[in-house]
Design a protein around this ligand. Structure first.
Ligand SMILES: NC(=O)c1ccc[n+]([C@@H]2O[C@H](COP(=O)([O-])OP(=O)(O)OC[C@H]3O[C@@H](n4cnc5c(N)ncnc54)[C@H](O)[C@@H]3O)[C@@H](O)[C@H]2O)c1
Length: 252
């Protein structure tokens, strides 16, 4: 990633993948604001960045809450003077355990999944774009998932929300590309994070590795590397794309 000194980014959802993106952005000179439903976690990620010499702060933000999202963007602008980049990365990864199948699932599971994983991404988009336009452009990267295209027998709401992000991203790229705003999606395969390592059965990891065309399962840094490329000047000519980062598990 080329140096981005003076740029300002928000990472919405600062867990495994978002935390890695925040660190990588900060290491290339970007001032980073981490928003997470878990405010203490967002602050902890920011503190580590600051301890390493970077510029960052964390703030509690539930991306399904419009006031929270607007406050996060306002805080970035008031602290660092504007907004150039956003990694819209949060997803509700608890409700996913009840996301069984289209016949059996409780519709509240659908509503909650869509509220965070899709509507929340729209809220972030709506709050960020006017601020990016004030700077003459910007870049947004959304995190979806290979679940959007592989047709799994379970978690249909998660897959529907992730597929919806692709449509949102393409709309943003088309509507504001000429105004200097780029939008892209990174679609991870299985990535081992602190959180999913706690709950994931060993056989799931074995199966995931078998499905890749790679020697290992993904790390948060693999996804962060692509997100940062797409956000940075290196990605200037990339717009409206869904990029799979999954060790070759999917070939589209
Ligand atoms: N880890 C994987 O294998 C994998 C694979 C494909 C896609 N993804 C996607 O990557 C993204 C990041 O996931 P991760 O694996 O780093 O998970 P993670 O659990 O490490 O991080 C997710 C973060 O989002 C936060 N969050 C949850 N709900 C939120 C809300 N309503 N508002 C704000 N923050 C909220 C959590 O507190 C957490 O810090 C998600 O969109 C996920 O769907 C992950």
């Amino acid at each position: 990633m080329t140096a981005c000194n003076g740029k300002v980014a928000i990472v919405a959802g600062g867990g495994g993948i978002g935390g890695a993106t925040a660190h990588r952005l900060a290491a290339s000179g970007v001032a980073v604001v981490i928003g997470d439903r878990d405010g203490a976690h967002a602050e902890a990620v920011a503190s580590t960045i600051v301890a390493q010499g970077g510029r960052a702060f964390g703030q509690a933000c539930d991306i399904s809450d419009e006031a929270d999202v607007n406050a996060l963007v306002d805080a970035a602008v008031s602290r660092y003077g504007g907004l150039d980049m956003m990694h819209v990365n949060a997803a509700d990864l608890q409700v996913i355990f009840q996301d069984s199948n289209a016949v059996d699932l409780d519709l509240e599971v659908f509503d909650r999944t869509l509220a965070v994983n899709l509507r929340g991404h729209l809220l972030c988009t709506r709050a960020a774009i006017p601020r990016m336009l004030e700077r003459g452009g910007g870049a947004i990267v959304y995190t979806s998932s290979s679940a959007a295209f592989i047709g799994e027998a379970e978690r249909p709401c998660y897959a529907m929300a992730k597929a919806g992000i692709h449509a949102l991203m393409r709309h943003v790229a088309s509507r504001w590309g000429k105004a200097g705003i780029r939008a892209n999606v990174v679609a991870p395969g299985l990535v081992l994070t602190e959180n999913n390592l706690k709950t994931m059965p060993e056989e799931f990891k074995v199966l995931a590795l078998k499905n890749t065309r790679s020697t290992r399962i993904g790390k948060p840094e693999d996804i962060a590397a692509m997100a940062c490329l797409l956000l940075s000047e290196d990605g200037t000519w990339i717009n409206g794309q869904v990029v799979s980062v999954d060790g070759g598990a999917t070939m589209r």
